[in-house]
Structures are given as structure tokens and as C-alpha cells.
Design a protein around this ligand. Structure first.
Ligand code: CTP
Ligand code: CA
Length: 230
């Protein structure tokens, strides 16, 4: 769908995009995960490659059929694996995009064998611990000229609107850009059109991009390319 273009606007740029959703194993057959398909991250990687970038897609549990041509793919499963790959790439990447849906928590214990039901019907609770914040770590270690981009999936609630939460998240993360996506009610997950508000690290709106995931990816790369030029 996207022709590779050497000498394109992102020519010579090293881009690393994470996609999909991390899984945290409970035992050899079960995990805690999320519904992220990886489509937005795959579209971002495809557009960057089409604009001439050297692209690596770090794919967390993404269906092989969704992986674009013309990008290197590194497969990961857990948040710890994703964290290790992204931080390893941070030293050389010009742009790091965290489009993956990262599991916020992981089980404290992972059983070595399949967990069985108890005869007495009792159920053991699952103890969770918080995962490291990969985006915040990348932003805190940002090198000069490097651009760090995150995605924030939000729903409005009693505490504030989608944008209120997005602004607070943008400031908390410290990334150069946070693309805020309204999720739920048929938006954001799966193959449906979405609307993304792009905020800078102070929570200021810098762009709004609507449409398919490919259109959102194209609009986001326009904004990122501006930052790379400065
Ligand atoms: N992210 C990350 N590491 C985490 C959690 C999230 O790098 N442990 C990244 C995601 O890849 C995304 C951005 O942070 O780019 C926002 O993710 P989101 O889940 O919306 O933010 P959280 O900080 O986890 O806040 P919330 O409590 O709303 O889930
Ligand atoms: Ca989260």
C-alpha cells in the first residue's frame, strides 16, 4: 500500500515504533492482556517507511498478517521485554513512538505449571504489581534532537473530559507529543476510524487528526517531521 521512498522527508531517520498489547503471564497458558490489535502502530511504521525512514516495529503480540512490509520487526510479549528493547534502541533512534498498549500491572508470581482449580471451590487472588512506565523513562532520557511520542487512550469520566485527562497525561509523561484517542463506544480499538488530538508536553493542542489509522499516522508524521526540522 505504501511505496518505499528513499530521499523522502524522513530519509536517514531511525524510527522505532512499538505496537500491539503486552501480555503478562499468570502461568504457561494464561496471561493478563488487552485488546490492542497493533493496527495503529503498524500504520505508523508503514507511513514512516514510505517516507524514507529506517523503521523497526517492536510488535507485542501483533497478528502476523498486520505486519507491514519494509520494516524490521522485533517481537516481544511482556512489558519487561518491550521495556528492554525500547530502552536499548533509545541510544540511536531519532524518533521513538509508543503506540503499544502497555499492561499497567503484572502478576507478582508466574506459576511454572498450569494452575489447577481447588477441590473446595476456593479461589486464590492474583497479586499484581505496577509495571515501569516505558514512555516516561524514554522521555526522561531524551537525547538532544530526539522526538518521543506517546498515545493516550482515554474515556471521559466524573473527574474530567477526554481532553482534561489527556492534558494531565501529556504533562505527566513528559514526551514531546501525546496523541490522545477517545476509546470505547466503537472508537479507538479495532479497525474503525478514530479522532486523535495531538498535545505537546505542556498539554497544549498542536494538531487534530481524524480518519483511518493510516490517515492518523500520516498526520502524526507531519507533526513529528516539523519537530525533527527544528
Ligand atoms: N505506557 C508506557 N508504559 C506503561 C504504560 C503506558 O510506555 N507502563 C505508554 C503507552 O504506550 C502510551 C502512553 O504511555 O504511549 C499512555 O498510555 P496510557 O495507558 O494511556 O497511560 P497510563 O500512564 O498507563 O495511564 P492510565 O492510568 O490512564 O492507564
Ligand atoms: Ca495504562
Amino acid at each position: 500500500r505504501f511505496a518505499a521512498s528513499h530521499g523522502g522527508p524522513l530519509s536517514g531517520r531511525r524510527v522505532v515504533v512499538s505496537a500491539g498489547g503486552t501480555r503478562e503471564p499468570l502461568d504457561p497458558v494464561r496471561f493478563i492482556g488487552n485488546r490492542s490489535s497493533g493496527r495503529q502502530g503498524a500504520a505508523l511504521a508503514a507511513v514512516a517507511a514510505a517516507r524514507g525512514a529506517d523503521v523497526e516495529l517492536v510488535a507485542a503480540n501483533v497478528d502476523a498478517a498486520l505486519l507491514p512490509d519494509g520494516v524490521r520487526v522485533t517481537a516481544v510479549e511482556t512489558t519487561a521485554e518491550l521495556h528492554d528493547v525500547m530502552t536499548a534502541r533509545a541510544g540511536t533512534a531519532d524518533v521513538l513512538v509508543m503506540a503499544a498498549a502497555v499492561a499497567d500491572f503484572r502478576p507478582v508470581h508466574t506459576a511454572a505449571s498450569k494452575t489447577k482449580k481447588n477441590d473446595d471451590g476456593s479461589v486464590a487472588p492474583i497479586e499484581l504489581t505496577q509495571n515501569p512506565d516505558i514512555l516516561a523513562t524514554l522521555a526522561a532520557g531524551r537525547r538532544r534532537g530526539q522526538v518521543i511520542v506517546g498515545f493516550g487512550a482515554e474515556t471521559g469520566d466524573a473527574g474530567g473530559s477526554v481532553l482534561d485527562h489527556g492534558r494531565a497525561k501529556a504533562r505527566r509523561k513528559g514526551a514531546d507529543l501525546l496523541a490522545v484517542n477517545q476509546v470505547g463506544v466503537g472508537q479507538g480499538f479495532g479497525d474503525v476510524p478514530n479522532q486523535v488530538v495531538v498535545l505537546d508536553g505542556s498539554g497544549t493542542e498542536v494538531a487534530t487528526v481524524a480518519g483511518s489509522k493510516a490517515e492518523v499516522a500520516a498526520g502524526l508524521w507531519d507533526v513529528i517531521a516539523e519537530l525533527l526540522r527544528d
